[in-house]
Ligand binder design. Structure first.
Ligand code: TYD
Length: 140
């Protein structure tokens, strides 16, 4: 069972020159899982929060492809706030972590690289249920 302290900011490779930058992600090279799905959040209205769920199995790399936003991670005991605004860095969210996303800047793009295809049964959308899952799992 992972905790928020296991969710780290990772430096991604960067090809840098005067004409701009390229950042590359390759399965099992600089991302520690096989990417099964890519999606991105955009046109998020100012002041709107997203997330508000945990996942049993899914792990993700989160990249601020444009603009900025804040992830609040929660493992049922500790909470950690992470501000993302650098496309050359990713936040690695381990399985079993509750997350909320807020403070999207205008025009921001939140790019998500995910270890599994979409499955609603992998979500825990109720916080009380999430806490129960964490408590029950930590006893095992
Ligand atoms: P959700 O993951 O709850 O969004 P967020 O965490 O960004 O607030 O997904 C919102 C809706 O989009 C939900 O009805 C499920 C749907 N959805 C898909 O159909 N496929 C996907 O890959 C994702 C991420 C969401």
């Amino acid at each position: 069972m992972y905790n928020v302290s296991d969710c780290k900011i990772v430096d991604l490779s960067q090809v840098h020159n005067d004409a701009g930058n390229i950042t590359v992600l390759e399965n099992n090279k600089n991302i520690p899982f096989n990417i099964k799905r890519i999606y991105y959040l955009y046109d998020v209205p100012m002041g709107t929060d997203r997330g508000g769920h945990g996942h049993y199995e899914l792990q993700q790399y989160i990249v601020a492809a444009s603009g900025s936003f804040t992830f609040v991670l929660d493992d049922g005991v500790s909470r950690k706030k992470i501000f993302l605004n650098d496309p050359s860095k990713a936040l690695h969210i381990q399985p079993g972590i509750w997350r909320e996303i807020k403070d999207f800047s205008s025009g921001s793009i939140c790019l998500v690289l995910a270890s599994h295809e979409y499955s609603e049964s992998d979500y825990i959308r109720d916080y009380e249920e999430y806490l129960k899952y964490r408590n029950d799992t930590s006893i095992i």
